[in-house]
Design a protein around this ligand. Structure first.
Ligand code: IPM
Ligand code: MG
Length: 356
């Protein structure tokens, strides 16, 4: 197969981790006779420095024309004081919106080899963690109207949290379908005791639940969910929630596994075009040192092959290779423990590539 991939390395450790993921893609291409054609696009701070905007129109066009998009990470302290409309993060939100990437899929899995890296006690995580967070990605407060106005001599700021029926219904369907393919359990996370958007959310989820009688459904308030994730994470199978709650809960959940550096994600649209990225950020403090963990990005490439290109064997190969390298006791600094082999970011990429 011939596939066009837009590659957006971004800022901080982005370029280093993406380089390793591309190594893996090239290896898959060789092994299975696929041709992956890359177009590199600047996004975030590096684009602000070069072009004065966090992504150019040409960059956006290359993303839209690609079969899928691979992203490293954006942002860093250097651009923290940029005006709101040219911040690095703005480009990420713009790509999500323009490509219609409304469904963000964040699998949170504890690799048995890394069980002792979890900050939680063994009696809590010992049975393993395997949950899937489905986060709505193009609505809510992140996209609602924003304002900052002067009222009675002081500044008042607002972010409108807004959801329409169809936005909730389409993400709900993604989550119910995902639950049907997994453990058939779905927790819908909201704040319906306070927010009107959450009351609409809950109503629509309840309508859907009647269409999926095999799915064991529950409503969980977001504050309670934050607590339950620490108290008893194994109770969850699939979690579906709105944009901001999902942003927060997914960082929390990833930490249960010990390293946010391991976690991939997929942002999906109504078509096969998707964007794939690790859930961690640009980690400017360790950028350029070749010590970052590339596995979250490499596992994101596996998700790309699976979800956008329907290349199941190829995706399995990558996941198995990561598993093997971990079993062979190789670790990057973030997951390093006594008695293991400490490797750099590029060495980790090579190990995975060689294991394919
Ligand atoms: C994420 C990130 C982004 C988000 C930022 C960088 C805009 O935190 O993908 O979770 O909030 O969605
Ligand atoms: Mg986040």
């Amino acid at each position: 197969m011939n596939k066009k991939i837009a590659i957006l390395p971004g800022d901080g450790i982005g370029p280093e981790i993406v380089r390793e993921a591309v190594k893996v893609l090239d290896k898959i291409g060789d092994k299975y006779n696929h041709s992956f054609e890359y177009s590199y696009v600047d996004i975030g701070g590096c684009s602000i420095d070069k072009f004065g905007v966090p992504i150019t129109e040409e960059g956006m066009r290359l993303c839209k024309e690609a079969d899928s998009v691979l992203l490293g990470a954006v942002g860093g302290p250097k651009w923290d004081d940029c005006p709101a409309d040219i911040r690095p993060e703005k480009a990420l939100l713009a790509v999500r919106k323009e490509l219609g990437l409304f469904a963000n899929i964040r699998p949170t899995k504890l690799f048995p080899q890394l069980a002792s890296a979890s900050p939680l006690k063994q009696r809590i995580v010992g049975g393993g963690i395997d949950l899937l967070i489905v986060r709505e990605l193009t609505g809510g407060a992140y996209f609602g109207e924003k304002n900052s106005i002067e009222v009675d001599g002081e500044t008042v700021a607002t972010d409108l949290m807004i959801y329409s029926t169809h936005e909730i219904e389409r993400i709900g369907r993604v989550a119910f379908e995902a639950a049907m393919k997994r453990g058939k359990k779905l927790a819908s996370v909201d704040k319906a005791n306070v927010l009107e958007t959450s009351r609409l959310w809950r109503k629509i989820m309840h309508n859907l639940k009647d269409e999926y009688p095999q799915v064991e459904y529950s409503d969980v308030l977001v504050d309670n969910c934050a607590m339950q994730l620490i108290k008893n994470p194994a109770q969850f199978d699939v979690i579906v929630t709105e944009n901001m709650f999902g942003d927060i809960i997914s960082d929390e959940a990833s930490m249960l596994t010990g390293s946010i550096g391991m976690m991939p994600s997929a942002s999906l649209s109504m078509t096969t075009l998707g964007m794939y990225e690790p859930i961690h950020g640009s980690a400017p403090d360790i950028a350029g040192q070749d010590i970052a963990n590339p596995l979250g990005t490499i596992l994101s490439v596996a998700m790309m092959l699976r979800y956008s290109f329907n290349m199941t064997n190829e995706a399995d190969d990558i996941e198995k290779a990561v598993d093997k390298v971990l079993s062979d006791r190789y670790r990057t600094a973030d997951i390093m423990e006594d008695g293991y082999h400490k490797v750099s970011c590029s060495h980790m990429g090579t190990l995975v590539t060689d294991a394919i």
